[in-house]
Design a protein around this ligand. Structure first.
Ligand SMILES: Cc1cc2nc3c(=O)[nH]c(=O)nc-3n(C[C@H](O)[C@H](O)[C@H](O)COP(=O)(O)OP(=O)(O)OC[C@H]3O[C@@H](n4cnc5c(N)ncnc54)[C@H](O)[C@@H]3O)c2cc1C
Length: 337
């Protein structure tokens, strides 16, 4: 394995930020992992596809990009299959692989950028589904103890765009392999209205996993900017979960404020961050090369030469404004480095 110096990270993050890594290496094997542990370079920044990070500075230490590969069927019954995938596999490639085998469970999560190993970090989710719905276990290298650890679903403490790996174990575990439980006779999840409506509008009355995946892909392509054309990291902020009382008082001024109940938590509701940002007048606004996407207010974009700080400053202005206007403290979903 080659450890390079002074590498530009521009091709390695979907915001297209031109920060540099003091050292940079690509992890492709167990042997590479042992080399990295022996080299003991600190700090260590674990990178997958770079689709959920904002680089605000040049990074000291070592940036380690995960390219551990391999998809296997581990166990099969008449109704289910347990598969495992190397952390460096591309998530959407895994979704396509599952569809080619007619395995259900990943179709709603089609076209999410990034790697398999990053999926548990924020419990990726879209169109009414989350990684945790199909998650079996993962293997990670505990970088402090230098030993292999297995995490079952309950150990990962999955929440809304959250897990133990964003909290207590932040930066401490390098995920190497993920196991998922897929179905051979899937029950489709069409709970998300836009998805159900789109299928109906296409005249599809009895969809299979492929039709669901194709429809999710079409919706995503119509709404979200393609990072290959315009730098972004998807939703920049999380949808805020707020006390019902706050929601009710806001609703007096904003009768069309959308809210979603949180099952199992009667005291809180989830609001749409995109709605708040749009209502506050930020949709489509641009400061230099940093902007709020014109079609999706939750997505901050790099129109070309924005620095990470430009994007961060824009994010802070939005946070400040939303706090003033709605008394809501928006939290970033993106990892700020
Ligand atoms: C256009 C667009 C649309 C998106 N849509 C969605 C969506 O619908 N739903 C959703 O949930 N997300 C979405 N995202 C965000 C992003 O795709 C996911 O968070 C994805 O899981 C990030 O994967 P990555 O490999 O790019 O992670 P990176 O950005 O490389 O890393 C993200 C975090 O995970 C850590 N990490 C990465 N790999 C490992 C590893 N092997 N072990 C330990 N830590 C690791 C990093 O240190 C970092 O903290 C979108 C992003 C874009 C650009």
């Amino acid at each position: 394995m080659k450890i390079q110096s002074g590498i530009s990270l521009k091709p390695y993050n979907t915001f297209g930020i031109a920060a540099r890594a003091e050292r940079f290496a690509i992890l492709r094997s167990e042997e590479d992992l042992r080399t990295i542990l022996r080299a003991n370079i600190a700090p260590l920044h674990l990178l997958g596809g770079g689709s959920n990070v904002l680089l605000t500075k040049d990074l000291p230490g070592l940036v380690l990009r995960n390219e551990l590969k391999g998809i296997h069927v581990e166990k099969e019954t008449e109704t289910e299959v347990i598969i495992s995938a190397g952390a460096g596999e591309l998530w959407h490639e895994l979704v396509l692989w599952s569809l080619a085998h007619n395995f259900g469970g990943l179709e709603n999560l089609s076209l999410i950028p990034g790697t398999v190993g990053a999926a548990p970090i924020q419990n990726i989710g879209a169109y009414g589904a989350e990684l945790k719905d199909v998650f079996e276990k993962l293997e990670a290298c505990d970088l402090e103890r230098g030993e292999r650890r297995i995490f079952r679903a309950e150990d990962c403490r999955f929440g809304y765009r959250n897990s133990i790996f964003k909290n207590e174990l932040k930066g401490r575990c390098l995920i190497t392999r993920v196991w998922l439980r897929l179905s051979k006779s899937p029950t489709l999840n069409l709970s998300y209205r836009i998805l159900a409506d789109s299928l109906r509008n296409k005249g599809i009355t009895d969809p299979g996993v492929r039709e669901v995946s194709e429809t999710v892909i079409a919706i995503r392509q119509s709404k979200l900017p393609d990072p290959a054309r315009i730098g972004n990291a998807g939703s920049f902020f999380k949808n805020p979960e707020v006390p019902v009382q706050l929601y009710q008082s806001l609703k007096e001024n904003y009768p069309d404020l959308p809210a979603f109940p949180l099952p199992g938590n009667d005291g809180q509701v989830k609001l749409a961050a995109a709605w708040l940002i749009e209502k506050a007048g930020w949709k489509g606004r641009r400061i230099g090369d940093a902007g709020v996407h014109e079609k999706q207010a939750l997505v901050l974009v790099n129109y070309g030469n924005a620095s990470g700080i430009d994007i961060l400053n824009l994010a802070r202005e939005i946070q400040h404004d939303i706090l003033e206007k709605f008394a809501i403290d928006l939290q970033p979903e993106v990892n700020i480095w």
